[in-house]
Design a protein around this ligand. Structure first.
Ligand SMILES: Nc1ncnc2c1ncn2[C@@H]1O[C@H](COP(=O)(O)OP(=O)(O)OP(=O)(O)O)[C@@H](O)[C@H]1O
Ligand SMILES: [Mg+2]
Length: 529
């Protein structure tokens, strides 16, 4: 050990001597040329290629430096776990960006990391040196010069992998940035007026805690939706190759309180997308609708809730008292849309069904990309068939009353009961009545929340409530029960209700829509013939 220190000290002595000699003997210009020559000599003998990625490129911030920092932070994440295979890095720098609630790990000063890309091992070093002279700049430069040195073995033919590797880094960095950034919920509640930056949407940070884990629904259906979303998000080349606009439509339908809005929040959290909650009653005409669409960003979910009653012309009367509007008063929304689509609109000063369909499906719908449209309704039977035809809304999802598998998820969410915590007897009791009772997850959640301090009591009370509801349903001949306040209303024709809810293609329920379709006043796109 002593010998090692002695030889290290003498080596440093020689280095210092050479440096002093160089500085005293050679003028600065020659010294620079000498160092350049030395570097070239070193490079030609070296078995590696070196690439420097500096933080500041001239006076501009180097995008690649920031991307590399983020990209390597994701590798650094993994090395902070005990199972790490790369023990090189022991110190990590932590950063938290503006608009982000997540902390990212980064390589600390002069730290190293090994990454593997397409089977090639590449070496990274974060090089930080003090900035010596402050050169003139319009903006103050940091006191330290920071950069990454990327080292790749010559035998791995660095030029052949470099482009693909840098693209991969940029892509991953964008993904991490999006995941770490807070998401936003946008709304057009300002009535279409623009803000100081010419933006028609207002936004608030989106913090809804709903996820697919907390969503109570049939697990197989849940997995199917998750797989569909994942395919969509990873499907850039598929959409490109098939010539389809990179967008997807979901229609969520079912009784109130079955989790349609919760599902939208879960989708946004799953994909890390922003949500644009489009309030159709605030949009004056088709052209405003198009402008709103153009101002949405990619990787977003555009939502129209309660599509069957979104365009309520009695509400729209507030903004205009035109005779055309008054003429439509009292009609349901889709009836009004159908009438408008049939040419019964004056001066184009209203949203028409064809305008809405163009919004989701027409040429304008593909300005920007990677967008999901979600419509929700409690009354699918009231929707115009043009909205339901295949290809328009790619997936129709029926959100049903609480099933037994969904109930188990609620018991876990609200009371912390895992599989096996409840006796077979209790579970059997719940399973026996839950389908028959036809309670929504929202109603069941209420019972569980109310009694959550006493888990056993919560389960007992739930069982009682389910039994009571099931009994009342069988007494009433199996009608579908609906609650209006405390009053229970039984819809007598269960078959009709079920058919309406389960068939994605059923029209009916709205005379004007049906009539206009039967008369062939609209084509398949809902446009006037
Ligand atoms: N499937 C579900 N899984 C978990 N929680 C649910 C589910 N359905 C409803 N809930 C609970 O009930 C509340 C209401 O649900 P949500 O707003 O998602 O229902 P909805 O179907 O959108 O109702 P509406 O048709 O009235 O808009 C939510 O806050 C949620 O906690
Ligand atoms: Mg809702």
């Amino acid at each position: 050990m002593k010998e090692l220190w002695t030889s290290l000290a003498s080596l440093m002595g020689v280095y210092a001597f050479c440096q002093t000699l160089l500085q005293t003997l050679l003028p600065p210009e020659l010294r620079f040329a000498f160092l350049k020559l030395f570097a070239r000599l070193f490079n030609s003998f070296s078995s590696h290629c070196y690439y420097d990625i500096t933080e500041i490129d001239g006076v501009n911030t180097n995008e690649l430096y920031n991307a590399a920092q983020l990209y390597l932070s994701s590798s650094a994440d993994s090395i902070s776990t005990p199972s790490s295979s790369s023990p090189d890095t022991r110190r990590l720098s932590l950063t938290r960006a503006v608009n982000s609630s997540a902390v990212t790990f980064g390589l600390s000063n002069n730290d190293r990391l090994v990454d593997v890309f397409n089977g090639v091992r590449v070496h990274w070093e974060h090089v930080v040196t003090p900035r010596q002279t402050q050169t003139f700049s319009w903006r103050p430069l940091p006191e330290e010069k920071r950069g990454f040195t990327l080292k790749i073995k010559k035998q791995d033919n660095p030029p052949s992998i470099l482009d693909a590797y840098l693209d991969h880094i940029m892509e991953r960095a964008n993904e991490i940035r999006r995941k770490n950034q807070d998401r936003f919920l946008y709304t057009n509640s300002r009535g279409g007026s623009l803000d100081s930056r010419g933006h028609p949407w207002e936004s608030v940070p989106f913090k809804h805690p709903s996820t697919f884990d907390t969503l109570a629904m049939d697990p197989a259906k849940k997995e199917e939706i998750k797989a569909d979303l994942t395919d969509f998000a990873n499907g850039q080349s598929f959409y490109q190759n098939t010539g389809r606009a990179w967008k997807r439509g979901y229609l969520l339908y079912g009784p109130p309180g079955t989790g349609k809005s919760s599902m939208i929040a879960a989708m946004a959290n799953f994909l890390c997308y922003d949500i644009y909650d489009l309030e159709l009653t605030e949009v004056h005409n088709n052209s405003d609708l198009r402008k709103l669409l153009m101002k949405t960003s990619s990787k977003s979910i555009i939502v129209i809730e309660d599509i069957d009653c979104s365009i309520n012309l009695t509400n729209r009367k507030k903004s205009s008292n035109s005779p055309a509007r008054n003429h439509h008063e009292g009609l349901s929304a889709s009836a009004a849309m159908a009438a408008a689509a049939a040419g019964d609109q004056e001066g184009g000063n209203s949203i028409t069904l064809s305008g809405l369909l163009n919004f989701t499906d027409g040429l304008w719908s593909c300005c920007g990309s990677e967008r999901i449209f979600v419509f929700t309704t409690n009354h699918i039977e009231k929707l115009d068939p043009a909205l339901l035809r295949s290809g328009r809304m790619d997936m129709h999802v029926f959100m049903s009353y609480c099933s037994f598998p969904a109930l188990k998820i609620l018991l876990k969410n609200y009371l912390g009961f895992e599989e096996g915590d409840l006796s077979e007897e209790v579970l059997g009791g719940l399973e026996g009545v839950v389908e028959e009772a036809q309670m929504t997850p929202a109603d069941i959640s209420e019972v569980l929340i109310k009694n959550r301090r006493d888990k056993r009591k919560a389960v007992d009370e739930l069982l009682e409530t389910l039994k009571r509801k099931a009994e009342r349903r069988s007494e009433s001949g199996g009608g579908v029960m609906r609650e209006r306040g405390s009053e229970e209303v039984v819809v007598e024709d269960e078959e009709q209700e079920k058919r309406a809810l389960e068939s994605p293609k059923l029209g009916g329920g709205d005379d004007v829509v049906q009539e206009s379709c039967e008369k062939g006043e609209k084509d398949d796109n809902g446009k006037p013939n």
